[in-house]
Design a protein. Structure first.
Length: 340
């Protein structure tokens, strides 16, 4: 007899490795070996261990290789050849061919004023290209004088001359169309209207016109160009209110109008023709034939010795510029016309 207790059959069974357990271990190691063999057999050996340990149960595709960043394409620029830029529809800027210098541009008024224009989308259609040597229109709109209503008989004559700076208003935005015109003021209007330069050697000195007088350049010009003359006593009388007959004599003389063959017949259109001074008969007849005479309200009343108003002077100077071809005619019932 021994002191060793008999072995427990159940414990011996637990220490013995069963066939089924051995088979499971063999299958597990075989599977791991196949996975390792498949991984090392791939061309790209940089496999992801996390992807092997935690594979996606629904993905049967191989792992995606990270894309290589695209390098920017640098165009080959040929010397002297301008590269062409083709924008994509999503670009914020719109490129166009090279535009002329800004100094050669003029705004195109055909574009709506309320249409917003981005500086990034400027096109040729928004500008009018001015050819070298071509002048832009410089005539501003007529001034809106507070005392010249739209129905005033001489409004259109005043508008044309004021827009060209020939006649000007006063600081209170008035024109004072019915105010008489002095001889100095008339000389200044002639200077603006006909714009001829005066030779300094042809200036004339009058006893009543100082060298500092505001209108001395205009007076000298009106004398040298033949529009006006002084008086026999070597005075000019710059502050004298100029009569209507002197305005027309000055315009006919400055424009060198020819005397009509029948001056008396032309002057017969005036009811007060007898009031015309003898020295002015031929000049007034020539002015009448050239449509320089403007009478209001009655075209047949000349009123030769009446002081000329600012509106009347503007109308007659306008007609003289029409006669020279510098202005377009205006239809007015106040213009005296005679049958040809």
């Amino acid at each position: 007899m021994t002191d060793i207790p008999p072995s427990d059959p159940k414990s011996s069974q637990r220490n013995t490795l069963g066939f089924d357990e051995f088979l499971g271990i063999l299958v597990a190691f075989s599977t791991i070996g196949l996975i390792l063999f498949w991984s090392f057999s791939r061309k790209d050996s940089s496999w992801n261990i996390n992807g092997l340990l935690l594979p996606s149960p629904t993905s049967s595709a191989p792992p995606v290789t990270p894309a290589t960043p695209r390098q920017p394409v640098v165009p080959f620029i040929v010397p002297g050849v301008k590269p062409t830029v083709t924008p994509s529809p999503t670009d914020q800027n719109t490129f166009e061919d090279e535009l002329p210098p800004v100094s050669n541009f003029a705004p195109d008024q055909s574009q709506a004023e309320d249409e917003p224009t981005s500086s990034a989308t400027i096109t040729r259609q928004q500008y009018s290209v001015v050819a070298p040597g071509e002048k832009l229109p410089t005539i501003p709109p007529p001034l809106a004088f507070t005392d010249v209503p739209s129905e005033f008989w001489g409004r259109r004559f005043i508008d044309v001359l004021s827009s060209r700076g020939i006649t000007k208003g006063f600081p209170d935005y008035s024109f004072r169309p019915n105010q008489p015109v002095t001889r100095a003021e008339f000389a200044a209007i002639l200077q603006q209207a006909f714009g001829k330069r005066v030779d300094s050697s042809s200036t004339t000195n009058f006893k009543d016109v100082s060298a500092q007088f505001w209108a001395i350049p205009a007076i000298n010009q009106s004398i040298s160009t033949g529009f006006l003359k002084g008086y026999p006593d070597k005075t000019f009388q710059p502050e004298q209110k100029i009569p209507r007959v002197q305005v027309l004599v000055a315009l006919a003389s400055g424009l060198n109008l020819k005397v009509p063959s029948s001056p008396d017949k032309l002057l017969s259109v005036y009811k007060d023709a007898k009031e015309i001074p003898k020295y002015a008969l031929d000049k007034v007849a020539a002015a009448t034939e050239s449509s320089l005479v403007v009478n209001h309200p009655d075209p047949q009343t000349f009123a030769p010795n009446q002081e000329a108003t600012r509106a009347e002077v503007a109308a007659m100077v306008h007609q003289a510029l029409v006669r020279m071809g510098k202005l377009q005619p205006i239809k007015s019932q106040s213009i005296v016309t005679v049958p040809r």
